[in-house]
Design a protein around this ligand. Structure first.
Ligand code: ADP
Ligand code: MG
Length: 245
């Protein structure tokens, strides 16, 4: 069982690289523009035409992936913290990912405790959940089960996102959050988890990862609860009496 908690030093470094990321978008766009210019040449052969179009498509896809994973990364500071009804946010994100899950033969099972509230930025919180759930689905290319559940204590609420996918080695788990760290070749950006760490930290949350090769991975996010459970003094009295009698 591999375990790891969030490393804040790394995150600080990560948040400073806002400018660097624009290259990740600019490079594929520049390449795409170059091939569009080649396409404008009248004497181009049918074969080259098809080849260039396919290159352009790949370059644009690559830029889009970076934008998708990175959407809020250039501004990790959360300015508008608002109360978020956890169940509602989780249901929305699960809904959003249903088509991707279906295409990958992944069944999503969700169990949310009702009424839990946390504080955060809605859009960034969604980004964070999407990045984690997308990774979970991508880790199950032959299908599997994605479980999304919440767990409450008196003062905190946790979100557990669990997959039955490939799992990770200790080295892989340790490298999570490192910018550009990806095992997906040209299909990965290595920015998804980096963004997640930055958002969760801004929301005063913690991340805990457990993973086992061949069995799967669980990401556990814990946030301060806005709806802490306090026992009424009267109830405590009653309990005391019950215990004593
Ligand atoms: P990307 O998905 O573009 O590769 P991420 O930052 O989202 O980048 O993830 C980084 C790496 O972490 C992935 O390439 C993968 O190796 C690993 N990873 C993340 N989530 C999981 C998971 N649920 N199961 C297995 N590996 C994972
Ligand atoms: Mg990813």
């Amino acid at each position: 069982l591999r375990q790891r908690t969030m490393k804040s030093k790394r995150l600080e470094a990560v948040e400073r690289m806002g400018a660097a990321i624009s290259h990740e978008i600019r490079n594929p766009l520049t390449a795409a523009i170059g091939f569009v210019q080649l396409l404008q040449n009248d004497s181009i052969s049918k074969e080259n035409y098809t080849q260039y179009l396919s290159i352009i498509k790949n370059e644009l896809k690559s830029a889009e992936r970076v934008i998708q994973d990175y959407l809020n990364f250039s501004n990790p500071e959360i300015k508008s913290m608002e109360p978020l009804l956890l169940q509602e946010e989780l249901e929305q994100v699960v809904q959003l990912l249903q088509p991707l899950a279906k295409r990958n033969s992944v069944k999503i099972v969700s169990m949310f405790s009702p009424g839990e509230e946390i504080e955060g930025d809605k859009q960034k919180f969604h980004q964070c959940l999407v990045n984690i759930m997308k990774n979970a689905i991508e880790a199950m290319p032959k299908g599997g089960i994605l479980t999304v559940e919440t767990e409450s204590t008196q003062t905190t609420v946790s979100i557990l996102i669990k997959d039955t996918g490939s799992g990770m080695t200790l080295e892989q788990v340790t490298r999570l959050g490192e910018p550009y760290y990806s095992t997906k070749g040209s299909k990965g950006t290595g920015l998804g988890i980096t963004v997640v760490y930055s958002i969760v930290r801004a929301m005063n949350g913690t991340i805990h990862v457990e993973s086992k090769i061949g069995e799967g991975t669980t990401f556990k996010f814990t946030f301060p609860s806005l709806t802490p459970i306090f026992l009424e003094p009267e109830i405590q009295e009653t309990e005391k009496e019950l215990v004593m009698s």
